[in-house]
Design a protein around this ligand. Structure first.
Ligand SMILES: [Zn+2]
Length: 499
């Protein structure tokens, strides 16, 4: 059974959706005043892991993610450039979609934009005014948190020092300054204005998520996600607005992912440690390496982003790729053996049990890499049949397709430039069985093959000095030879050795 940590209770709970087999999921989306940074992507990748695993567990997921295209930051940015909100936010919305696809994140079913839901927000604010949870002051409308006794339940905030009637207009503020917050902001010089039933002005940030989530998912839904920095005030305010207006529980499970820091420090443009996805890709990394790194730290732990860690993610992904290459080299005919079947079953159980345990990705990956280690020993000892190799490959490609999406096979395109057939097969998306059956040796450069044959002859004649010379020559050309116990030779393109 899937168990998830609920910020509301502070405990890990069994996950039971409202409607059997369906999950209604709302995740706070980007504020499109800038390009998303890797801290934002960490949260979106955690949400992608959650969503993919819910699908694995048989749920039909209905996912809504908002686009905040009007708030303090977008208005400030648009004014600084002297353009309208729409013109200012459009490139950031487009970049968000592009980077999301690049990182293999499943798109949401809907991306409602705040500026297209002003009517829904006004309707919600009107209800709050009618029910006495909100009040007007100088053309703005504020939520009176003293009228909502459950305020603070999510963030466990201390309300003892709360002074009734204290107000704030900023969309974001610290816990120390807990106060009545703006639902609707009176017109101000240089800000967009909507003429509405509750008067002219523009919405506050928090009210958009309450209005759009209930429009698309109903007044009560299953899961709401965001980063820990959203807990207060944003999610606390969402709960207050929604539950006060609708009179029912807003969300059953609140999931929050921890911060990402860079080299142990808070990311900031002023510190020069602020990275967008394109900044990292420009340094020569593959987006799937970035995905792997952001995925591999448990979502409730702080993730320390360093380029060393990114190198480790690359090495981990390459290990999976190398294993798949090795499996392709297995030629021995024969049925699948019980040993490999047992290993795969244990790895499958371990992988999914890890994820069932509040998305414990470390446990899941330990099962995967444990399998690779044990199976590697079988490959080296020539104890695998072709059918075993196919079963192992199918399993790894299956969990990659369903959950990880780091696509280890795509690395083959870069690492095996000689291997035209492999590139062709990947491009044509043929079946796993076809992939396994590609005969890698037929793709060897004829000159390389000549050297390999010459070395085999030298070995047969016990001329080990010559054999070793050839091995070194090939390595200098980026070809690593591996002698199997049965006397056959396998090779791998490893790139030129470091200078
Ligand atoms: Zn939100």
């Amino acid at each position: 059974m899937l168990r998830l940590h609920n910020t509301l209770s502070g405990r890990i709970e069994d996950f039971v959706p409202i409607e059997p087999g369906r999950v209604k999921l709302y995740t706070c989306g980007p504020t499109v005043y800038d390009f998303p940074h890797i801290g934002n992507w960490r949260a979106y990748i955690f949400e992608d892991l959650l969503k993919r695993f819910l699908i694995v567990r048989g749920f039909k997921v209905e996912h809504v993610m908002n686009i905040t295209d009007v708030d303090d930051k977008t208005i400030r940015g648009a004014n600084a450039q002297g353009v309208g909100l729409d013109a200012y936010t459009r490139p950031f919305i487009e970049a968000f979609g592009r980077d999301r696809d690049t990182l293999n994140i499943l798109p949401a079913d809907r991306y409602p934009r705040a500026t297209e839901h002003i009517g829904e927000m006004v309707g919600l604010i009107k209800t709050l005014l009618d029910k006495g949870f909100a009040y007007r002051k100088d053309g703005s409308v504020y939520f009176a948190i003293a009228k909502f006794p459950a305020y603070g339940r999510l963030s466990k905030i201390n309300l003892e020092d709360l002074r009734p009637g204290r107000r704030g207009d900023a969309d974001e503020y610290e816990k120390e300054s807990v106060h009545d917050f703006a639902l609707w902001k009176a017109p101000k010089e240089g800000e967009p204005v909507w003429e509405t039933e509750i008067g002219p002005g523009r919405p506050g940030w928090h009210v958009e998520c309450s209005a759009m989530s209930s429009k698309y998912l109903g007044p009560t839904f299953d899961v709401h996600c965001g980063g820990v920095d959203n807990i207060f005030p944003h999610h606390e305010n969402e709960i207050a607005q929604s539950e006060a207006a609708n009179g029912v529980k807003f969300v059953n499970y609140w999931l929050h992912c921890h911060h990402l820091v860079v080299d142990g420090q808070k990311m900031a443009k002023s510190k020069g440690n602020f990275y967008t996805l394109s900044d990292i890709l420009a340094k020569g990394y593959d987006p799937r390496e970035v995905r792997f790194l952001l995925l591999t730290t448990h979502y409730r732990k702080m993730l320390n982003f360093t380029f060393e860690a990114l190198e480790q993610a690359r090495a981990g992904r390459n290990r999976i790729r190398d294993f798949l290459v090795d499996l392709r080299g297995v030629k021995r005919e024969g049925p699948p053996g019980p040993e490999v079947t047992g290993l795969i079953e244990a790895a499958r159980a371990g992988f999914f049990a890890g994820l069932d345990d509040d998305l414990n990705i470390s446990g899941a990956l330990a099962a995967l890499f444990g399998l690779i280690e044990k199976a590697n020993a079988l490959v080296a000892g020539c104890r695998l049949s072709r059918a075993d190799a196919e079963a192992l490959t199918s399993f790894i490609l299956e969990i990659d397709e369903k959950v990880l999406k780091i696509e280890p096979t795509t690395v083959l395109q870069k690492s095996d430039p000689n291997s035209k057939r492999i590139v062709k097969i990947i491009n044509e998306n043929v079946s796993v069985q076809e992939f396994v059956k590609v005969d890698i040796s037929s793709d060897v450069d004829p000159d390389v093959q000549k050297k390999i044959d010459e070395r085999q002859k030298a070995r047969a004649a016990k001329d080990f000095k010559r054999a070793d010379e050839i091995r070194k020559e090939l390595l200098a050309a980026g070809i690593l030879l591996e002698d199997a116990k049965d006397g056959s030779v396998r090779w791998k393109k490893v790139g030129p050795p470091a200078a």
